[in-house]
Design a protein around this ligand. Structure first.
Ligand code: AMP
Length: 384
């Protein structure tokens, strides 16, 4: 009898996304192996972990020899590392797709080519160019690093043109290394994201649109399916499909969108499973994590339909009391096993219900018990 060999999925980056990927891979009989430079990376609590940095090619060689496919929990893996691995083992999404999403300029240029408008923007490499960009784009505006920014990091908000000096003091040093981009500040009506998955054979699906609320640039709450979106679902799905096909993308990605005057504007693309898709674990037939594993391993994709309506609370900095969530019906607790630290994503909770009215009642009860009324207020207002 032949010995059974289970597929092994290699994951670059060992944060909570890798952890949730590993947890979704297990029921499919897929083993995981994670690489992270930190020995206490939280995915290491649920999957074997190789502790190595992105330039440790001896460790990467050993990693590549043990895995069938490599994927990412972190989009800022250096391009050289991704290309080097792709010469040895299947890597999904492909390094070329990753490269586009690593650079806000390449990303926004691609959005426009695919018919998705973006906020007005200009690249900024010098202090003089910042003034020129401000004159062109206008204030208020946001100065962002082109690379390596996430969760509002590497960003400076300019209320008026005279904030340029402070903005340059904050980010100017990064201009020569990563380049900067000045974007018009969009007074958006809402923020949405579309989570999408494309298989190795080109099968493409989206989950219902998610509505998101950020605080200080970090996701605070999500609700899905987003309500009262009318034609935007079809438009977002079509745009995501166009992008995925242009990039020959394989796996899950998120497209973050602003809605302004009822129209979609592209903010950014995350070439990986995404925080705004965590509700899919309990709120959809197949989660983003399961479908990412299926896609990169060449398995058929699962159903992306929602079960009822779900809301996700992000726990930033520290975890609140678990009991009110654990006591509630169809409410789900996720502790990432990380140390509490200001600004750090340490867990989330998803609350599911058959309809918006029942969801509102449950959210209000949980928020009151946790003293999280402020966090949940915009969601209750939107669902009222
Ligand atoms: P980002 O890291 O670019 O996704 O930015 C994080 C969050 O900051 C977004 O989800 C928005 O809430 C806000 N933000 C970023 N860019 C803009 C913009 N051009 N106009 C208004 N808000 C923005």
């Amino acid at each position: 009898m032949n010995e059974r060999r289970q597929p092994v999925l290699g994951i670059l980056g060992g944060g909570q996304l890798a952890r949730m990927l590993a947890l979704a891979a297990a029921p499919l009989g897929v083993k995981t192996l994670v690489v992270d430079s930190s020995a206490d990376a939280c995915a290491g609590q649920v999957a074997p972990l190789i502790v190595a940095d992105w330039a440790d090619y001896a460790a990467l060689e050993a990693f590549a020899a043990q895995v069938d496919v490599v994927t990412f929990d972190f989009e800022n893996v250096p391009a050289e590392t991704a290309h080097w691995l792709a010469e040895r083992v299947a890597v999904f999404p492909a390094p070329q797709a990753l490269a586009v999403a690593q650079d806000r300029l390449a990303e926004k240029t691609l959005f426009r080519e695919c018919g998705l408008p973006t906020p007005a923007f200009m690249t900024v490499d010098t202090r003089e160019q910042l003034d020129q960009a401000l004159a062109a784009v206008g204030a208020p505006a946001i100065l962002k690093t082109r690379r390596l920014g996430y969760d509002g990091k590497g960003q400076f908000r300019l209320r008026q043109a005279s904030d340029a000096t402070a903005a340059w003091a904050a980010l100017g040093a990064q201009a020569s290394r990563h380049g900067l981009i000045l974007e018009a500040f969009v007074p958006f009506e809402r923020e949405l994201s579309v989570l999408a998955v494309r298989s190795r054979e080109g099968d493409f699906r989206t989950w219902p649109l998610t509505r998101n609320w950020h605080v200080d640039g970090v996701l605070s709450m999500s609700v899905a399916p987003a309500q009262d979106i009318e034609l935007l679902q079809q438009r977002a799905t079509d745009l995501a499909r166009t992008l995925a096909e242009r990039l020959q993308y394989v796996g899950v990605f998120a497209l973050e969108l602003f809605v302004k005057d009822g129209e979609l504007l592209g903010n950014e693309m995350a070439p990986r499973v995404h925080n705004s898709g965590h509700w899919t674990i309990e709120g959809a037939h197949a989660s983003q994590f399961e479908n990412h594993v299926r896609a990169v391993l060449g398995l058929p994709l699962g159903d992306t339909g929602a079960r009822g309506i779900s809301a996700m609370f992000n726990w930033i900095g520290e975890l609140p009391d678990t009991v009110p969530v654990l006591r509630a019906v169809d409410a789900h607790w996720h502790d990432y096993g990380k140390q509490a630290r200001p600004g750090r994503k340490v867990g989330h909770a998803t609350v599911c219900a058959p309809d918006a009215g029942q969801l509102v009642a449950k959210l209000a009860d949980i928020a009151a018990a946790l003293k999280r009324e402020t966090q949940v207020a915009p969601v209750l207002e939107a669902l009222a």
